[in-house]
Every structure is written in C-alpha cells, then in structure tokens.
Design a protein around this ligand. Structure first.
Ligand code: DNO
Length: 349
C-alpha cells in the first residue's frame, strides 16, 4: 500500500514542495486540466505534467481523471469519435508509464454536496449533503456552484443535458458503459493500464437522472462485462459509505483483484440520506477506517491510497475538500493504520 496525494497542477494553491513534506508521501494523483473533455491528451502535455512532478522527487502514479464525454455516457451518434480520442489518450498515457487511470460514469454532475462550509463542533468547516435541500433544488437555476460540477456548461447546455438524461434509465446507462468498456479495455490491457471507475457520489440518483455505480451489485455487473483485472475499481470509502447497506470490508474482499486505487475519507451518515464529511478518524464518522485498511491488507493491496477530502482547519482557505492541512493529517492517520496492520504482532514479546 502506498500513499498518494491529489494535486491540481501548477495552479493548485497546495504546492508539490508542501506535499513532499508529508511523511512517506511519494506519489501524486493528477490530471491535465486545460484540455476540453473529449479531446486528446498530447504527449507533450503529459510529459510536462510528469516532469514538473518528478523535478520535486515525486512520481505521477495515477491519473484522476481521464473524463468521459457526456455523449459517450448518453450513447449518442458521435460517441465513436470521442471513444477513439479516449483510446488515443490512454495509449499516450500508457507509453508515458502511467499504470492507473481513474474515470467515472456519473451523468452531468460529479460529486455533489449542498454546503461547502458546514461548521463542525470544533470550528472546522466541512462539506455536507442535505438530502432534503438537494431534493428540492433545480440544478439549472440554482446559484450553487459546486466543486465537482463542470463549469464549462452554460445554463442552457446543462438544462439540455439533464433533459436528455431524464429520457434514459439505468439500463441504458449500463449499456452505454458496456459499449465504452468494450472499446477501451483492449487498449488498456495492451498498455497494462488499470482503468478504475469511481463510484457515484452520493451513490443514488440525483435530480431525476440515473446513476449506476452504487453498491456491491453494481460491481458484480461491472465485472460481468469484462472480468479482466484492468476493468478496475477506484474504491472510495466516503462515496460507498453513504449507504449503510454497503459493507466496505466485504466489498473489498469480494472485488480485491479489481481494486487498484483507494480514496479514504470518513463520513457521518445522518437521517434520511444526508451526511456530513467528518475528520478521517473512525470515531468521528460512520466508517470503520481500521477495518477498511485491514481488508486491504487481507487482499494484499499493493496500489495507491489517497486521503480524500479534508476539512478546512487552522484558517486555511482554498479548493473545497482539497486544502493541505487536513488532508495531510488524514495521510498520517492512514500511515498509522497501515503500519498497524502491517506489523506482525506475534513478533512483539
Ligand atoms: C471528488 C473526487 C471525484 C473523482 C471523480 C473521478 O473529490 O473523488 O471528483 O475525482 O469522480 O472520476
């Protein structure tokens, strides 16, 4: 198990120089942010990202994300050209030595929260999801500007997209995912890349549009499309953990060969599908983080783990969920859990 840290490139207020001072932090998770979704990532862009990371003695270990164009998710007539572009980017990433690529298949909205500054008892600010609030808002007219949302859409484009998704159901979305995977997995396999799908966050339908990567059954179906280990999973504790029925250690053990990337954070489930992002420690949230790491040890997990969102503490401001301080605390906590499970207690007399 290796620790990693997400870095948003040269414009990220958190610098590589800061990141490398976190104990045992050697791996960076990043992406190319200035290429529109659907276009090809060039060798030059990938190499320049890699070398800015390597100059600091760190390694670009995971691409999060190589995003999937909405027309592919919708199964539109123009998807084949977009899928060809995706394959081309994968080949270039593979040739540059990248072995893990994360993506998601969430329609329109990536991770969704209702409040980015929810104050916890200790005065820290965190992200929260109030289901009653989300249920009642119209995403096109709201002034909410959430971090996981693609800001490149105009209101009209977003409205049109939502309307298209309201015309399809989960079954259609599965078919479109299957079509995409049948095309891109051979390229991933040829280039020894593990493609890892991020679960839907939260793992249920929002705004009346379908979502499909939510539970153990979703992974069973995903793997029935192609059982290759390259058809992989990004195991995100905070997303999957929003559903009490998701037994995280059990899912890890069942799909171990397919897990190549792990996001670790804790959430506290509230009534009625609402939740708040707590500090990383097990005692603050609904997820037993130690049992998650223990299950990863049980599958002999060798991939990277990144501390996921952090709270804003010590007056830090910055990208919601992606400040330095609390994510660094999360990393040292995960370090401790790893050391704990990797220590063979029988050697202690
Ligand atoms: C949120 C992230 C997601 C994730 C994408 C992966 O903090 O975990 O935005 O990067 O869903 O494609």
């Amino acid at each position: 198990m290796q620790l990693s840290f997400r870095w948003y490139g040269n414009t990220d207020p958190v610098t590589l120089k800061q990141i490398k001072q976190i104990p045992d932090m050697k791996n960076i998770v990043s992406a190319i942010y200035d290429v529109p979704v659907g276009e090809v990532w060039t060798k030059d862009k990938i190499n320049s990202l890699k070398s800015s990371i390597e100059q600091e003695g760190l390694t670009l270990s995971v691409i999060e994300s190589l995003p999937v164009h909405e027309s592919i998710k919708l199964g539109e007539a123009n998807r084949d050209g977009l899928i060809e572009n995706y394959k081309e980017s994968l080949r270039t990433l593979g040739n540059s030595g990248i072995k893990t690529v994360c993506y998601n298949f969430m329609p329109v909205f990536d991770w969704t929260r209702s409040n980015l500054n929810y104050e916890l008892e200790d005065g820290s600010k965190t992200l929260m999801y109030d289901n009653d609030f989300i249920k009642d808002i119209a995403p096109v007219t709201t002034n909410l500007n959430l971090p996981g949302w693609d800001e490149s859409y105009t209101k009209e484009e977003m409205a049109a997209l939502i309307e298209k998704y309201r015309q399809i159901d989960e079954e259609d979305l599965w078919k479109n995912l299957e079509y995409f995977l049948n095309e891109v997995l051979p390229v991933a396999i040829e280039h020894d890349i593990d493609l890892t799908i991020h679960p839907d966050d939260p793992p249920w339908s929002i705004f009346g549009i379908p979502r499909i990567i939510k539970t153990k059954e979703s992974y069973q179906r995903l793997i029935s499309i192609n059982s290759s280990k390259n058809n992989g999973i990004c195991f995100c504790t905070g997303s999957l953990g929003c559903l009490e029925e998701n037994d995280l250690p059990e899912i890890i053990k069942e799909f171990g060969d397919h897990i190549h990337f792990v996001h670790m954070r804790n959430i506290k489930r509230l009534d009625n599908h609402s939740f708040v992002e707590s500090g990383h420690l097990s005692k603050y949230g609904s997820i037993n983080m130690k049992e998650v790491v223990r299950a990863l040890k049980a599958i002999d997990y060798k991939g990277t783990i990144r501390p996921d969102h952090g709270r804003m503490i010590w007056g830090e401001t910055g990208k919601a969920g992606y400040g330095l301080f609390d994510r660094a605390l999360g990393a040292t906590y995960i370090n401790g859990l790893i050391e704990g499970v990797e220590t063979n207690d029988s050697t202690i007399s």
